[in-house]
Design a protein around this ligand. Structure first.
Ligand code: AMP
Ligand code: ZN
Length: 274
């Protein structure tokens, strides 16, 4: 799940409150390229009896698809993790300015201040830029803003500094965490054999798990990822990718309503760390 520290709409304390209200046993805030929201949740005196696992989601350098590496249970104050995230955030800030410049060149009336206002004080990303475009009537909705302008390869797309997958995983491992490949379908591999090849390479570079359970996986993908995880001795994890109002239809803890991610997956993560 994502908090206001990245592109979610609930603060870490609002997430904790909601998670307790619906009776979850454990959560992990896995913000994009920042551990601030997760660290805040870990420090929260309000969390008990909810178990908080530290988390992160790092965007790795990969094409043609999108590769996100999740990290669970890192030490949130690990110095090399913090430094690397600072570098990524710097690259992101520079890229945001370039995207806004491009949009201005297309004649759209948008400035950095407006984008920073909708971000809720956390890290700024393309979803916040999209929100401003929608608010100004320059796009019908967030998806349309991405499809027409902001998506990878789109006219207002500007790439940003990303870590190679191996470096992202090593960073998580050195901070005591467990690296997991998020929502494997976004890699856009052609078939199961190609995905399997990617997994084998990632495993050699430190990968420990695969996000098998995810709102958009459906039965077929879920079965495929379970099969691949089993075959290659990788942990299975689950995530809702909850973003609050920023991602309508996906609810905290239950995704589109039918997800129940079992606690035993966390026990397996802990065993693997030990
Ligand atoms: P950024 O980290 O600033 O590059 O923005 C990436 C985020 O934008 C992703 O984590 C998604 O939440 C969102 N996003 C990416 N592609 C799309 C899309 N095609 N439609 C809607 N949201 C998207
Ligand atoms: Zn992701």
């Amino acid at each position: 799940m994502h908090s206001t520290a990245s592109d979610g709409s609930l603060s870490p304390s609002e997430i904790i409150e909601t998670a307790k209200n619906i009776g979850l046993r454990a959560i992990s805030i896995t913000d994009h390229d920042t551990i601030d929201g997760s660290a805040e949740a870990l420090r929260s005196p309000q969390a008990f009896p909810l178990e908080i696992l530290s988390g992160i989601e790092i965007s790795a350098d990969y094409s043609p698809g999108t590769m996100h590496i999740l990290g669970y249970m890192m030490r949130p104050d690990d110095p090399s993790l913090k430094q690397a995230l600072k570098d990524i955030q710097q690259g992101r800030a520079e890229r945001n300015l370039k995207i806004i410049e491009r949009l201005q060149q297309f004649g759209l009336n948008i400035d950095y201040k407006e984008v920073s206002e909708v971000s809720g004080g956390g890290q700024i990303g393309r979803p916040h830029i999209a929100q401003v475009l929608v608010r100004k009537g320059a796009a019908q909705n967030i998806d349309e803003a991405f499809a027409r302008l902001l998506k990878k390869g789109g006219p207002a797309y500007v790439p940003r500094y990303r870590l190679p997958p191996a470096e992202a995983m090593q960073l998580i491992l050195r901070a005591g965490g467990v690296p997991v490949l998020a929502h494997p379908f976004t890699l856009h591999t052609e078939n199961e054999a190609e995905l399997e090849g990617v997994l084998v390479n990632l495993k050699q570079a430190g990968l420990k798990g695969v996000e098998v359970y995810y709102p958009d996986h459906g039965l077929e993908k879920t079965a495929k990822y379970e099969r691949l995880a089993r075959r290659h001795g990788l942990l299975m994890t689950g995530g809702t990718d909850f973003h609050g109002a920023a991602k309508p239809g996906v609810h905290l803890g239950v995704g589109r309503g039918d997800m129940r991610i079992p606690y035993r997956l966390i026990e397996e993560i802990k065993k693997s760390r030990a």
